[in-house]
Design a protein around this ligand. Structure first.
Ligand code: GAL
Length: 324
């Protein structure tokens, strides 16, 4: 084969592979190792996709009980590159690492301001503060700056997540008023402040909420409040974010395969994506070694298909997946 035909064939095959997407293999059970050979420290992970790259932030529990926030990125959810320690104890805010700690950091991109925004649980060692905190940055993997912290709209707030709707409206959702209810806080246009709170799941004592929208239906997974010990994951669905949530339906086994929800990712086709559940298998004897667990799930009408897979392969472009 002469050089010309070699290059023609080479570029055709590269084009073919990228149109069909590459397959990656995700293995559950142990702590992930990053591309530099270090243990991935991004517990209670939040995600943001930029092009084909997934950015993941989470609690770095390697050093001490009071986590910094690390960011990693990957195009295949298998190879994770360390990007930056985006929020640092004692550096980003003087109280951080002393009077306050961060849990469940989650990431949003605000198109109106062009800034990346982190919302998280901002807590005292005995969980009495019940506050949230907000940070922002001009670039995704930069050093984030503290914006404010406190009880959103004066409401006690703990375990949390964020949700960005299709019209760009963003929400902070957290476990409020001593773990009694969930509070859905609609955010200001710059995503930095809560504007309005709707109480959901009144008296149901849910935490670790994760919301996803499919067509005109919102689905939420959540857990009961049992600290680091796993419990039954429940699903609820609604046609509106602020009202009409169904009663709680149990999914998976009675301990969510020893996990607690962190995020739900959409992979592949925009209208019919594959959903990946991301949860923490908390290991309270040694929290830094708690593995992140990922497996495909699906919502069908009022049902959630939530089967654990120790290992599966997924095509990041098409969303097709298989396990052996
Ligand atoms: C869990 C919560 C974690 C952490 C832990 C502390 O209920 O989901 O984020 O706060 O309690 O015991």
């Amino acid at each position: 084969m002469n050089r010309f035909w070699f290059f023609v064939l080479f570029f055709l095959s590269v084009g073919f592979v990228s149109a069909k997407g590459k397959w990656s293999s995700v293995e559950n059970g142990s702590i992930w190792i990053d591309t530099e050979g270090n243990k991935v420290q991004a517990h209670a992970a939040g995600f943001l996709r930029v092009g084909e790259r997934w950015y993941m932030i989470g609690e770095d529990r390697s050093v001490r009980w009071r986590p910094d926030v690390n960011m990693y990125s990957s195009t295949d959810l298998q190879h994770w590159t360390f990007e930056n320690k985006i929020i640092r104890n004692g550096v980003t805010h003087p109280d951080l690492g002393k009077d306050r700690m961060i849990e469940r950091p989650k990431l949003l991109y605000c198109e109106k301001t062009g800034k990346f925004v982190v919302w998280c649980h901002w807590e005292a060692g005995d969980y009495s503060a019940s506050e949230a905190a907000v940070f922002q940055c001009d670039k995704i993997n930069g050093d984030y700056e503290y914006v404010w912290s406190g009880r959103p709209l004066g409401i006690k707030s703990r375990d949390c997540n964020v949700f960005q709707d299709e019209d760009g409206t963003a929400y902070f959702i957290s476990t409020i008023e001593e773990n009694q209810h969930l509070g859905l806080f609609r955010l200001s246009d710059d995503y930095l402040h809560p504007v309005e709170c709707t109480v959901l799941m009144e008296g149901k004592r849910r935490e670790a909420p994760a919301i996803v929208r499919l067509g005109d239906t919102y689905y939420m997974l959540s857990s009961a409040c049992t600290g680091w010990a796993p419990n039954q994951c429940m699903m609820s669905w609604s046609k509106s974010l602020t009202s009409g949530w169904s009663s709680l339906v149990p999914v998976g086994d009675n301990v969510a395969y020893e996990t607690q929800a962190a995020s739900i990712l959409k992979i592949g086709k925009k209208k019919t994506p594959t959903l990946l559940y991301v949860g923490d298998r908390w290991w309270d004897k040694n929290l830094p070694d708690s593995p992140t667990i990922i497996f495909p799930i699906a919502f069908q009408g009022e049902k959630c298909i939530f089967p654990y897979h120790n290992e599966f392969e997924i095509n990041m472009k098409t969303g097709k997946w298989k396990c052996h």
